[in-house]
Design a protein around this ligand. Sequence first.
Ligand code: CMC
Length: 391
Amino acid sequence: SGAITLDQGYKNTGACKSEITFLDGEEGILHYRGYSIEELAEKAHFLEVCYLLIFGELPTKTQLLEFETHIRRYTLVNEEMKSIIDGFPTTAHPMGVLSALTSALIAFNPKAVNPEHPDELYEAVCKLMGKFLVIASWTYRKSLGYPLNYYDNTLEYVENFMQLMFKLPTEPYKTDPVIVKALDKLFILHADHEQNCSTSTVRMVGSSHAGLFASVSAGISALWGPLHGGANQAVLEMLEEIQKNGGDADKYIAKAKDKEDPFRLMGFGHRVYKNFDPRAKIIKKAADEVLGTLGVEDPILEIAKKLEAAALTDEYFISRKLYPNVDFYSGIIYRALGIPTDMFTVMFAIGRLPGWIAQWKEMRLNKEPIGRPRQVYTGSPLRSFVEMDKR
Ligand code: CMC
């Protein structure tokens, strides 16, 4: 019909009403449920933020303890999942494995969750959060051919991730509070970001009343792309390449500006932030702190700073309002924490999981209709079928 407005990439189309995350791209403001990202990153723990996003309010001490205990109860992953993992080559990208394993979880948890039933919902949320952390770590253990680790009930959620990733069978694992704090902060900064590509995917898939796990599995695939969450891996690969080629940041700035060259400065630009990305500001500071505390001297951080300084004074980037985004500095911290590059986007997924869950829940409780965009047809008008021998 003639009434269709075309908005490719939904640059200016609101697809839902939401009470979860407030974002002002001009001012660089980000709030979860009314709390500023700066304050949450400073004062809250990741699980508190998960609770806040999913259930709407900061938890009391009892609610948080109950949440943690409940998640812990679901951290055992069905043993048959291991034979699925064994089917993958060790070279498989962890994001592909994570998406497949999340889909596989549905087979072991087939009961459809009614989001209007608070107990059922609570159970599904805890189940997904518990199992997701474990299978996320398994994608890495598998790539090394190492034995898989289990959740340690004496450790907290974020601490557990480090243990799940790095514990060796022969030695007890000691977590470093500096590392745990840094990871916690990174997860908080990634926890929600209103209607981004992966979250919109989760809502879209969920709008057909596909289940929570199926919707999240689709979100993982959307996150994987280098224009979205995959940018964190792409940033680090870019920085390594610049380093390998002599550290000439200006050359790469020129490449990014060249319209004949498909190269983009990874970790720069954002659909909504046109002034600065508040998450990038916090992460840049955290990167300095973490590297300083751990005594890591990473020449890549210097290249990143050179690149940023060059881009921020260049007319091309200024006129297009291109600033470093959340992915620009996060990889440098992950690297300092010993997380391998191809796991960076998995880290993003662990952080974003509560956001996906909260948005899926909101979409269902708001009884949103099935997502079904229209199009402007540009193909051939009606024509007669041509027989094979006449083509
Ligand atoms: N390097 C060079 N030029 C760029 C870049 C970049 N990183 N980003 C945008 N531009 C240019 C683009 O070529 C266009 O120029 P022109 O007006 O001359 O055609 C202009 O800036 C506007 O860009 P756009 O592609 O129309 O903007 P968009 O809103 O569709 O895309 C983006 C946003 C984030 C996909 C894009 O900036 C990009 O590809 N950035 C690099 C990848 C990246 O870092 N992604 C992570 C985003 S933040 C976290 C997340 O979502 O996961």
